[in-house]
Ligand binder design. Structure first.
Ligand SMILES: Cc1cc2nc3c(=O)[nH]c(=O)nc-3n(C[C@H](O)[C@H](O)[C@H](O)COP(=O)(O)O)c2cc1C
Length: 382
């Protein structure tokens, strides 16, 4: 039987996660919007670009650290904020935060996180970002910013590619929603993963603390679907965000920028970073892959703002390609989520350790001893 020690790469974690968690939950992580073309392209885009190594530049040690938005990260990849982590493994956000702290990198807590951002801020000393959704109720937005500030969140990350929900057809088929509304076959898939069920029932009750403090989510009165359609503001615009940046008065980034004009506006309204992202292919299918779009955006704003990218990263070489093209750091979702689902904190630690080992090995093979030595000179597009 496959174990954590048999996991040597992204696909191994994915396979182990699939074996261990119920199908509807696995498919929520694994799936994306509509035909999943964008999801597919996100990783394939790296194959159109080759690394060109330099030789005879040996070094004792390799420095993988980067600085983004005032934070020093020991690794150039961080754990991007994702929803519902305690559904994937009962340790949830605690596992991800603990592993990120161990490797000295940043982790994000989602607005739809299942552990309170204050709790993880108090327990783990490593850069933490808070992923924010913009509500119709401005008072609520203000209160949420204030409590994140008081908790000591380092970076505010406003997600801007979810102005409406993506069309995730795998979830429609399984009936995945919060609260659960499983289809019959979906229920069957829970029944065949009893360990997941036992852990789910014997650990603290599922909750969404970032929202529970402000909104009554108890008793399933408000589903996540309703939260998106009734609470979030479909009219959010640049003026709203400019106000939010002022209110936060600290490190602020937009997650989900794809267009150089938007990147310029983000710099103009005082953001310190942008994350080029298509939400791991989960929103607009048919949209461009971040790696394909990276050079254009770096050329437009790379000297004014920290340009970061996520979506599709599975390998150390993907990280090095993005950094060579001009990204300051990269984020990842599924690379640590499958590992979390497969084995909790130990799993996430192993995923980060594999990334660290790959990035270090690849830097040595490339002939560079620090991230700043990477440049477009060591890339060729086919
Ligand atoms: C299961 C899952 C849940 C996610 N939840 C959120 C979320 O709550 N907020 C958010 O801004 N992004 C969310 N994302 C997007 C990630 O932060 C990130 O942009 C994406 O996963 C990157 O693509 P990758 O999975 O190919 O690395 C989620 C992604 C996944 C896979």
């Amino acid at each position: 039987m496959m174990q954590l020690r048999d996991c040597h790469n992204f696909n191994d974690f994915r396979m182990l996660a699939q074996k261990r968690i119920p199908g509807p939950i696995f498919n929520y992580i694994d799936g994306a919007a509509e035909d999943e073309k964008t999801y597919d392209r996100n990783t394939k885009s790296f194959d159109d670009c080759d690394l060109v190594p330099s030789i005879l530049r040996g070094t004792e040690s390799v420095d993988m650290s980067v600085n983004i938005m005032g934070q020093k990260l020991s690794l150039p990849i961080y754990c991007s904020p994702t929803a519902l982590q305690r559904l994937f493994h009962h340790q949830g956000e605690n596992a991800v935060a603990a592993a990120a702290a161990k490797f000295g990198t940043m982790f994000g807590v989602s607005s739809l996180g299942t552990v309170s951002l204050t709790e993880v801020r108090e327990k783990y000393r490593t850069p933490q970002c808070y992923q924010f959704y913009f509500h119709k109720d401005r008072g609520l937005n203000k209160a949420m910013l204030e409590s994140a500030k008081a908790a000591g969140v380092d970076v505010m990350m406003l997600t801007v590619d979810t102005i409406t929900g993506g069309n995730r057809e795998r979830d429609l088929r399984t009936g995945f929603s919060i609260p659960f509304k499983l289809s019959l076959s979906g229920m069957f898939q829970f029944a065949v993963k009893p360990m997941w069920g036992i852990n789910y029932l014997t650990h603290p009750k599922f909750s969404l603390p970032q929202l529970d403090d402000h909104i009554d989510m108890s008793g399933g009165a408000l589903s996540i679907g309703k939260y998106f359609t009734e609470m979030l503001d479909p009219t959010m615009n640049w003026g709203d965000v400019e106000e939010m940046v002022k209110l936060w008065d600290g490190q602020f980034c937009l997650k989900g920028v794809m267009n150089p004009e938007d990147a310029k506006k983000a710099a103009d309204i005082g953001c310190s970073g942008i994350v080029i992202s298509n939400h791991g292919g989960r929103q607009l299918d048919g949209s461009r892959a971040p790696f394909d779009q990276l050079a254009e955006i770096v050329d437009a704003v790379g000297d004014k703002i920290d340009v970061i990218m996520d979506s599709g990263i599975q390998r150390g070489t993907h990280v090095l390609k993005a950094l060579s093209l001009g990204a300051k750091a990269v984020g990842g979702g599924r690379f640590y989520l499958y590992a979390l689902a497969a084995a909790g904190q130990q799993g996430v630690e192993r995923a980060l350790e594999l990334m660290q080992t790959e990035i270090e090995r690849d830097m040595r093979l490339m002939g560079v001893k620090s991230i700043s030595e990477l440049s477009r000179k060591n890339l060729r597009f086919r």
